[in-house]
Ligand binder design. Structure first.
Ligand SMILES: [Zn+2]
Length: 85
């Protein structure tokens, strides 16, 4: 099953950032640090374990240079001011 890039986030696993599906990040990496693949800002996952498995990624701090936040995106990708590295 293909994974849309809109349905992933990066999780710090054993010191390395790995791109994982949001559903997996939410279910298996709850306490791990997570960041946005686009701007590297810190994010949380929000969702339920319902059958449809919808999990959303939410930036802890909004940022207008991230296409993953369509409502505030200016159209130009810029790094998050509090990017994790
Ligand atoms: Zn972002």
């Amino acid at each position: 099953m293909a994974i849309s890039d809109k349905a992933t986030c990066e999780v710090r696993i054993d010191g390395a950032w790995r791109l994982v599906p949001l559903t997996e990040a939410h279910a298996q990496h709850r306490s791990a640090e997570k960041r946005c693949p686009a701007c590297h800002g810190r994010v949380n996952t929000q969702g339920s374990y319902a059958a449809q498995g919808t999990v959303a990624m939410a930036h802890r701090r909004l940022h207008d240079g991230c296409p993953r936040i369509p409502r505030s995106f200016t159209g130009k990708l810029t790094p998050h001011p509090q990017a994790l590295d």
